[in-house]
Design a binder for this molecule. Structure first.
Ligand code: ADP
Ligand code: ZN
Length: 732
């Protein structure tokens, strides 16, 4: 691969074009008439098709000239900047991903090649309305405030807080002009100098530090740590404000799109306009607009999911990674990357600041702060009268419970006490569905997925068994598929739906709401439900992991964790960290306003060091102990790891190939790394493909990627065998 060139006019009659198609080289084309610049987005012929590509530099000219085809046209979008090319190269090298797959992430603009469709826009007109109402005044005030800026009908009515018919009425009177323009309008400007909230001393000190970093104009990463409710968001919004003052763009990454609506409202309250959103729930037209406007500077702030990192920012000054420890930042499909790490890479290339915010940072970020690579800011107290919840264990060995019951008498009475006071309780279980296992009482058979090495999970709400790996569903049988015994199949273990059933029986007067990602058809339905819980008269919320993240339920004062031991089983070396983070996050939902909260953890092992650390809240102590263990084991963040996942429909073939690969480990041994396996991957079969994993462990500071590339490059996999390299795997 040639290295990325600067933004210059490409001399000569040939250009080298990188496409998103799987060729491992830049292809030569005849330059378009009038030439073009490096980074230009072009449409080129490829075989019988037309594809989109990016001019990567001059052509190489080492190909039969007669066969070289002509660039069809240059697209009407801002050229890819040299720093974006550099970022894609570095990210490809780091994740061992072929460039075309990387480029695909950066060209996800729907309809990029089409001319924009037309839409109606609205701006201030000359006429005066016959009758002035409050609603009409608000519309005109918005148009005046934003001096001449055009709005879509939706934006204008939303900004003014009126129905669209008010705007239409003003159009009839000539007070508002309606015009046809192409879509892809700039977004309303955000105003950094509107007064924000008055910050506490701690918050102000943290905000000053972030502002100083941004004013410096260089790269830097800050770990912003603070208990839930300490005001991390308020603080990093000040960093966003400073970025806007510097005329640069800001990107805020959030792990859960269901959270964005509350968040967008907060941004609007602070800056007077809504930012752009970027995630799978946004319409194609809107995404195209965002992509174009980010590139042309008509969009100052994007709030998005991890893929927003690949938007063509013109002048990116700040990336905030909120809840930086969240595992959903790791993309586990296609290109395997961790958005948190890629954010740091991207910022280091374009001279931007990164803020990693969390109440329970990842061990990686904690270690980077300890090592002085990241700056660390701590907010130690909750804002206002809110205090951290009192955390206690319920020792399940001392509780008497009937079979197939999970809410202990102690938890039950605690819930009753809260409801009696008009407060809200949350029961947390990290399991979707009704029951994780469907077991035949006659022969012991457990119903599994036909395509995966996974049990089918009963979802009573859908009246089906569901595979959480591949999504396959089947009816709940009445006859055992193994021994044909009738009516002997039993649901074993609790899921969120079953817990709801139990709670309904235990608390018949209570209003209960269940939150689980699969119970809602759409993100909107989920958002509505969350709003209903926050504002309505729900007594008990029953939820999965979804509720652990950032919602503010102001009346919520009790959190009951049904099975605090759940995450501690298994051999994963990150289990302790994950459990610690999840439990502290869930507990943090309690007592966010003036009423103090309590978190009760049902556990069979209250003496377990992780449970004890969770209860004591001694995060520094937990980190140090966890760091010591990892250091001793030589695993991340104190060593490097890569997973090689091999999969094939043929179990023998994939195992043989993996064994042969493991035998030829000289290239990785040469850099001091070790290969473990082959062993069945954490899920040994998905969608009918057998999966085997090799793990590579290397000392820190080793050039792992080069060695791994050389190692796996020795053998050509059989045609139906897939090989995926996972640098920094989530589990090991
Ligand atoms: P975190 O992001 O750390 O969980 P938030 O920024 O969401 O905390 O703050 C928690 C709550 O306290 C929010 O409702 C927020 O508006 C409020 N809050 C935090 N700091 C202030 C402040 N200085 N003035 C007014 N309200 C604040
Ligand atoms: Zn399956």
């Amino acid at each position: 691969m040639p290295s990325p060139a600067k933004d210059y006019f490409v001399e000569g009659d040939l250009v080298g074009v990188m496409t998103t198609q799987p060729f491992d080289r830049v292809l030569d084309y005849r330059a378009p008439e009038g030439g073009c610049h490096t980074g230009a987005f072009v449409e080129v012929p490829l075989g019988p098709r037309k594809v989109i590509g990016v001019v990567w530099g001059p052509g190489r000219g080492d190909f039969d000239r007669a066969k070289i085809r002509q660039v069809i046209r240059v697209l009407d979008v801002a050229p890819m900047r040299a720093e974006m090319q550099a970022f894609l190269h570095r990210a490809a090298d780091y994740t061992l991903t072929p460039m075309p797959a990387m480029l695909r992430l950066a060209t996800r603009a729907p309809g990029l090649a089409n001319p924009p469709s037309m839409q109606k826009i609205y701006r201030a007109g000359q006429g005066t309305p016959d009758r002035m109402t409050d609603a009409r005044k608000r519309v005109l005030a918005v148009l005046e405030d934003f001096g001449g800026l055009a709005f879509t009908l939706g934006e204008l009515s939303q900004q003014a807080g009126v129905t669209t018919s008010v705007v239409k009425g003003l159009v009839k009177q000539g007070a508002v002009l309606e015009e046809d323009t192409p879509r892809d309008l700039p977004y309303p400007r955000l105003d950094p100098d509107r007064p924000g909230k008055a910050l506490t001393d701690d918050q102000a000190a943290a905000a000053d530090s972030l502002r100083a970093g941004i004013a410096g104009g260089d790269y830097g990463t800050t770990l912003l740590r603070g208990v839930t409710g300490s005001g991390k968001t308020e603080v990093y919004l000040e960093a966003v404000a400073e970025t806007l003052r510097q005329q640069r763009q800001a990107l805020v990454l959030l792990p859960e799109i269901a959270l964005t609506s509350e968040f967008l409202t907060r941004i609007e309250a602070r800056f007077g306009a809504r930012p752009a959103e970027w995630h799978s729930g946004v319409t194609m037209t809107e995404r195209r607009r965002t992509w174009k406007m980010v590139g042309e500077g008509g969009c100052q702030v994007v709030v998005g999911a991890r893929s927003a990192l690949f938007l063509p920012f013109q002048n990116l000054g700040l990336i905030v990674v909120d809840e930086e420890h969240d595992t959903s930042y790791k993309q586990e499909d296609g290109v395997l990357y961790n958005a948190r790490d890629m954010a740091v890479l991207r910022a280091s290339i374009c001279g931007a600041q990164v803020v990693l915010a969390s109440a329970t940072p990842s061990l990686e970020s904690w270690a980077n702060a300890e090592a002085g690579k990241y700056k660390r800011l701590d907010l130690t107290a909750r804002f206002g009268a809110a205090v951290m919840p009192d955390m206690r264990a319920i020792d399940m060995r001392a509780e008497t419970l009937p079979a197939s019951r999970w809410i202990s008498p102690s938890l039950q009475s605690a819930v009753n006490a809260r409801i009696a006071k008009g407060e809200q309780a949350l029961l947390f279980i990290n399991r979707r569905g009704y029951a994780p296992v469907t077991l035949c009482r006659a022969c012991g058979h457990q119903i599994g997925c036909d395509h995966c090495d996974a049990r089918m999970v009963e979802h009573r709400f859908q009246k089906r068994l569901v595979c959480h790996q591949c999504g396959e569903t089947k009816p709940i049988p009445t006859v055992c598929p193994a021994c044909q015994a009738e009516d002997r199949l039993a649901a074993v273990g609790p899921g969120v739906e079953r817990l709801t059933e139990e709670a309904q029986a235990l608390f018949p007067q209570a209003k209960i709401a269940t939150l689980s990602s699969d119970l809602f058809g759409s993100a909107r339905a989920l958002k509505d439900q969350i709003r209903e819980i926050a504002e309505g008269d729900t007594d008990i919320v029953i939820g999965t992991q979804l509720v652990a993240k950032g919602h503010n339920f102001h009346r919520l004062t009790l959190v009951g964790v049904i099975d605090a031991d759940l995450g501690l089983q298994g051999s994963d070396l990150r289990a302790a960290e994950r459990t610690f983070q999840l439990m502290r996050q869930v507990a943090g939902r309690a007592g966010r306003s003036d009423k103090p909260g309590t978190a009760l953890l049902q556990t069979f092992q209250p003496e377990h060091p992780v449970i004890r650390a969770i209860l004591s809240g001694d995060e520094e102590g937990f980190w140090r102990a966890e760091a010591d263990e990892r250091r001793q084991a030589g695993v991340p963040p104190f060593g490097r790891m890569a997973g090689i996942i091999l999969s094939s429909p043929d179990a023998q073939e994939v195992f043989d190939f993996a064994t042969e690969l493991a035998r030829r480990d000289a290239p990785v041994r040469a850099v001091g790394a070790q290969v473990f396996g082959p062993a069945p991957a954490p899920i040994a079969r998905i969608r009918g493909r057998h999966r085997v994993r090799l793990l590579v462990k290397a000392p820190k500071g080793v050039a792992l990627q080069g060695a791994v590339a050389q190692w796996v490059g020795q053998l050509k996999p059989p045609s139906n065998l897939r090989l995926n390299v996972d640098i920094d795997p989530q589990s090991f």
